[in-house]
Design a protein around this ligand. Structure first.
Ligand SMILES: [Cu+2]
Length: 162
């Protein structure tokens, strides 16, 4: 009877480990990338130009809450207590990145969210310095409210044009 000789594996243990690490990283990056192409108001992936909107929730010296544009640590000055109007183009994937930069007060922990009902956008309640990103497809034109459900004055408009 012929003994079948076992072929020595060409992959060493170190190789196998590094291959699995690389594969894991690729899968992780891929799923993050794909997530940003999966809008909350669509059942499937959408590949379209992307618009990034960076917003932070703040409180002005008068104590009124509002949103402010924010990018790269800089914030665009906004009228006191006013949330900026946002303009995007129809067909774009819009990514809203919200960070809560409203400090906690002793008996009033900071909490803000963001909603655009028409596009199924609902960013959950964020505590101080928490952030969340959400992607939706701007699939209809018009002017819609974006708002915080906790603070009724904390709202602005988003306009989608052709
Ligand atoms: Cu709020």
């Amino acid at each position: 009877m012929n003994k079948i000789k076992k072929k020595p594996s060409r992959l060493s243990r170190a190789n196998i480990i590094s291959i699995s690490v690389v594969t894991g990283v690729i899968i992780l990056i891929g799923s993050i990338a794909l997530n940003s192409f999966h809008p909350v108001n669509s059942d499937s992936f959408v590949f379209a130009p992307t618009t990034n909107i960076f917003l932070k929730g703040v409180q002005d010296s008068q104590g009124s809450y509002h949103y402010q544009h924010a990018k790269g640590g800089k914030s665009t000055p906004s009228t006191t207590g006013t949330s900026p109007p946002i303009k995007v183009s129809k067909g774009n994937l819009v990514q809203i990145h919200l960070i809560n930069e409203d400090r906690n007060e002793s008996n009033n922990p900071s909490k803000h969210n963001l909603n655009i009902d028409e596009f199924n956008v609902h960013i959950k309640d964020l505590g101080y310095f928490q952030s969340e990103s959400i992607t939706f497809l701007a699939d209809k034109t018009g002017t819609f409210d974006y708002y915080c459900s906790i603070h009724l004055d904390m709202k602005g408009t988003i306009t989608v044009t052709e």
